[in-house]
Write a protein that binds this ligand. Structure first.
Ligand SMILES: Cc1cc2nc3c(=O)[nH]c(=O)nc-3n(C[C@H](O)[C@H](O)[C@H](O)COP(=O)(O)O)c2cc1C
Length: 198
């Protein structure tokens, strides 16, 4: 593959990543393929000082149903059931966490940067989410990014037996693509959100 082809494919993958809310439990690839891809991305996504603060939990099938039921219950009926059902209609959910004990360890080791480690951990988690989201799009797996934390934190921890120090950052429901979102309007980035000085 030539360099330009590789770059074009990379850019196309970024463009193919969209918020896909209409999903079903019919994944176009095996669950194992998704898990392997996520494992690779966890390994290769950067983190500050290489501190490896991100944690990921993937829940499938009945566990996914249990997750979205618990999310609905945690909000005491104050969230739209049909919206929750839409996420539960997928085959699974990728849960993103950071490990607070890693951050505390870094803060002790590098006190002058203490305030930065929580921020950098969030940056790294966002990079991880973005990488996974884009990679899923390249597999034609539909996904979106949800934030029902912190209301659901205790329910999620209890449901899946997770350590107290794993702090929930985001939820990514995944599934087969039922309907594509409308194309986005083109944006003039140069001169507005991108400034060049030379
Ligand atoms: C940090 C971040 C937080 C987001 N939180 C939510 C969310 O809680 N719920 C949701 O439906 N979409 C959420 N989104 C998705 C954005 O609304 C969406 O990516 C944006 O409107 C662009 O649309 P696209 O994903 O189809 O390109 C979030 C995206 C980012 C990057």
């Amino acid at each position: 593959m030539t360099q330009s082809t590789q770059t074009e494919q990379f850019l196309q993958t970024l463009k193919d990543r969209r918020s896909r809310y209409a999903i079903n439990d019919n994944l176009p690839v095996s669950r194992e393929e998704v898990e392997d891809l996520v494992a690779e991305i966890v390994e290769h996504t950067p983190d500050a000082y290489n501190m490896k603060s991100a944690r990921v939990v993937i829940v499938w099938g009945e566990k996914n149903q249990a997750l979205w039921d618990a999310i609905y219950e945690a909000f005491d009926g104050k969230v739209d059931r049909s919206k929750i059902d839409g996420f539960a209609a997928g085959d699974g959910t990728i849960l993103y966490f950071y490990d607070e004990s890693i951050i505390e360890g870094m803060q002790e080791q590098f006190p002058s940067y203490a305030g930065n480690f929580p921020i950098w951990s969030q940056h790294a988690n966002g990079m991880l989410q973005s990488n996974v989201w884009s990679a899923l799009a390249s597999l034609k797996v539909g996904a979106s990014l949800q934030h029902y934390n912190p209301v659901i934190d205790n329910s999620v921890r209890e449901l899946f037996g997770l350590p107290e120090e794993w702090k929930l950052v985001a939820q990514m429901p995944v599934g087969g693509i039922v309907e594509e979102p409308a194309p986005k309007d083109a944006e003039e980035v140069r001169g507005n959100r991108l400034i060049i000085r030379d």
